[in-house]
Design a binder for this molecule. Structure first.
Ligand SMILES: C[S@@+](CC[C@H](N)C(=O)[O-])C[C@H]1O[C@@H](n2cnc3c(N)ncnc32)[C@H](O)[C@@H]1O
Length: 508
């Protein structure tokens, strides 16, 4: 905090200038105990926030080596909170209630023509229904990188609207907000509140900043209601999470800047901490779909899936210790990229104390060592072409060069098909579930048959497994084709690529 004697001039709409202004006006508030400084700052700060498409405001990130991001999605900051965090949380939290409900109503509802198994299988809850489901038990949310407090505000808004007050013991919502930057928290009380419950968050932030001697006056009007408890932790989330008890949270909202800027919150070791503090049936929701982050979740022990799509062509990531919480698998191409290429090498931070640049450099080196050795190169999206035709001759040459380096002789060779075969059953399930055209479904069935029967690959796979005296492997392979989740397929494909390398399958 700097103690300036005159207000800084307003020339550019930047975060740094807002922080300078805050430092000046808040120091005046502390010095004089007059409310006028905060009120003036609230008016002047409006110009430093950036409007997103739904009318809610965001702020720039600090400068990371010349790169600046905004804190939220330009398509709508507060909409993003509901879509990417609250919605997937509720979908998993209410999954059983919803299915029971559907089954009960089977006879007299529009579900009556659907088979019972299909009803149970369908885990996605309609938006309409989701909005009105009632909270009947206490909920604990961990909001990591709470920033301006939108994600917390969104879950509070939903909870207050839907808490079932007729319960004998009225449920409570507790939210732990973790934010490293006091200035960002303070900006949270200046930003125009996009929803009513954000005013509650402002009150909690104000109390925290008074405790930290950053503010002096209680000016926020909206009190925190009795059935909501908000705790704010202003420090590096790696430090904070270590202090939390095991098995504590129903939902974790993880909203850091991109992995290139904040890799310390995307590491295997940090996710192991999240695994410790999350309840067995809880979910982590995060907006990123980076291969290294998804693999880190898997290595830490989570199942992963794709989150709701908002403002992009693909959704973020949902992670849970319970595979039933995964409503949508990640795409087949993403699975291959994560399992088989160096892009899937995760971020690591053994003692949870490395600087961002160290984590990035270590990963760069690990990727370099893995590439062309036990992982395919991610260049030109090599892994996604396994089992496919490539018309472009130049591209084909490049892909083949990459494949040959890890002992895969051709795009549709036996070993190529062996590596990716855990995906075939999945492609069929996926196409049926998401109602792809019949043409697509037939094509994937054809691929399955073509690869496993017509080309005798199935026999070869069995031969390969028996030759290596791994009967259990064979059983694993057969079972595997009847499972349907990304984590198992990724682990299996990765293992198969390694076995091809170790046994030098081709050369025998
Ligand atoms: C994308 S913004 C989050 C926006 C926020 N969820 C909201 O509702 O406004 C990322 C936030 O992470 C915070 N952050 C960065 N590194 C952190 C760390 N190691 N621990 C805790 N917070 C961190 C930043 O200060 C920033 O406020």
């Amino acid at each position: 905090m700097n103690n300036m004697t005159s207000p800084p001039s307003k020339s550019k709409n930047s975060r740094d200038e807002l922080i300078e202004k805050m430092d000046y006006y808040f120091s005046k508030e502390r010095e004089t105990l007059q409310s006028s400084y905060r009120l003036k700052l609230k008016k002047e700060s409006i110009d430093f926030f950036i409007k997103t498409k739904d009318g809610s405001s965001t702020l720039n990130s600090p400068d990371f080596d010349g790169k600046i991001e905004t804190m939220h999605n330009s398509n709508g900051a507060i909409t993003e909170s509901f879509e990417k965090f609250v919605k997937p949380f509720k979908n998993s939290y209410f999954k059983n209630i919803d299915n029971d409900d559907r089954l009960k109503n089977k006879e007299n509802s529009y579900f009556k023509n659907i088979k019972k198994e299909k009803l149970l299988e369908s885990k996605e809850i309609s938006n309409e229904k989701l909005k009105n489901l009632k909270y009947k038990e206490d909920i604990a949310i961990l909001d990591i990188c709470s920033g301006l407090g939108y994600n917390s505000a969104a879950i509070i808004e939903d909870f207050l609207k839907n808490v079932d007050k007729t319960c004998e013991k009225v449920p409570k919502l507790s939210v732990d907000m973790v934010e490293i930057s006091a200035e960002t928290l303070a900006a949270g009380i200046l930003v125009p509140s996009p929803i009513k419950s954000h005013e509650i968050v402002k009150k909690a932030i104000e109390s925290k900043l008074i405790d930290e001697s950053y503010l002096a006056l209680k000016l926020e009007k909206e009190d925190v209601p009795e059935d909501v408890a908000i705790s704010i932790h202003c420090e590096d989330a790696r430090e904070t999470v270590r202090k939390f008890a095991d098995n504590s949270y129903d939902g974790i909202f993880l909203d850091p800047y991109s992995p290139a800027m904040a890799p310390e919150l995307c590491t295997v070791e940090f996710f192991k901490e999240l695994k410790r503090v999350i309840k067995d049936d809880g979910i982590v929701a995060t907006y990123t779909l980076a291969a290294g982050v998804r693999y880190a979740f898997i290595e830490a022990g989570f199942y992963i899936g794709e989150g709701p799509i908002f403002g992009r062509i693909a959704g973020g990531t949902i992670a849970s210790l319970n595979s039933d919480n995964i409503i949508k698998n990640i795409s087949a191409n993403d699975e291959k990229t994560i399992a088989l290429s160096d892009a899937g090498i995760p971020f690591r931070d053994e003692n949870l104390d490395l600087e961002s640049f160290e984590i990035l450099n270590n990963r760069k080196n690990e990727r370099k060592n893995a590439r062309h050795s036990y992982k395919l190169s991610s260049a030109v999206q090599t892994p996604i072409f396994l089992g496919k035709e490539i018309k472009d001759k130049k591209l084909k040459r490049r892909i083949l060069r990459n494949l040959n380096k890890v002992n895969i002789s051709d795009l549709k060779s036996e070993e190529a098909c062996f590596i990716i075969s855990p995906q075939f059953k999945y492609i069929q399930d996926y196409s049926a579930k998401y109602k792809f055209s019949k043409k697509f479904e037939n094509k994937s069935k054809y691929k399955f048959n073509n690869n496993l029967k017509n080309k005798n690959n199935f026999k070869n796979i069995i031969k390969f497994n028996l030759k290596n005296n791994t009967k259990s492997n064979l059983k694993g392979f057969l079972n595997h084709n009847y499972k349907s989740n990304s984590k198992d397929r990724i682990i299996e494909m990765e293992k198969r690529l390694k076995s091809i390398n170790n046994y030098e399958f081709l050369k025998e």
